[in-house]
Design a protein. Structure first.
Length: 150
C-alpha cells in the first residue's frame, strides 16, 4: 500500500507541475498581448481591450498562486507517517472507492485501479478526516464503509 501512496503522490505532483506550467505560459502570453497592444483611434475600444487583458492577467495570476499553494500542501505530505485515523496524506479505502487525502486532482489511475485525489477541505474530505477502519458515513445519498486507512 505504501507503493500506491507513493505513486499517488507522484501523480499529484505531476498534476500540479502541469498546472503551474500552464498558468505561467498563459500569464506570459497575456502580458505579451498587453504589451503589444497599441492605442487605436477609438479610445473606448482600447480601454475595454486593456481592461480585458488585465482581467486575463489577474485570472492567470490567481491560477498560478492556487497551483503553488497546492504544491506546498503536497510537499507537506511527503513521507507522512502512518496513522490509524484518516488525515492529510492518508489513503482511505472504502467499499465505494479509494480516496487519497491530499489535493483536488480528480481521478488518478494506477494500472486498472482508480483513486480519487481529494482535498481535506472538500465536502467528502471533511467527512473522512479522523475516520478509522470500520467507520461508516453517508455522502450524497450513498453509504460508505471504510475498509482500510493507510
Amino acid at each position: 500500500m505504501q507503493e500506491i501512496k507513493s505513486s499517488l503522490y507522484q501523480l499529484c505532483l505531476n498534476f500540479i507541475k502541469e498546472r503551474i506550467e500552464t498558468a505561467e505560459f498563459a500569464l506570459k502570453q497575456a502580458r505579451e498581448a498587453s504589451n503589444d497592444d497599441t492605442k487605436s483611434s477609438a479610445g473606448d475600444k482600447y480601454e475595454t481591450s486593456r481592461e480585458m487583458m488585465q482581467q486575463d492577467i489577474d485570472r492567470n495570476k490567481r491560477l498560478l498562486i492556487d497551483a503553488e499553494e497546492n504544491q506546498q500542501v503536497l510537499s507537506s505530505l511527503k513521507d507522512t507517517p502512518h496513522s490509524d485515523a484518516a488525515r492529510n496524506g492518508s489513503l482511505v479505502i472504502t467499499d465505494q472507492g479509494s480516496f487519497y487525502l491530499s489535493i483536488s486532482a480528480g481521478q488518478l489511475h494506477i494500472g486498472k485501479d482508480v483513486y480519487f485525489a481529494i482535498s481535506a477541505v472538500s465536502p467528502i474530505g471533511k467527512l473522512l478526516l479522523g475516520k478509522v477502519k470500520g467507520d461508516k458515513f453517508d455522502f450524497n445519498g450513498r453509504k460508505y464503509n471504510i475498509k482500510e486507512v493507510v
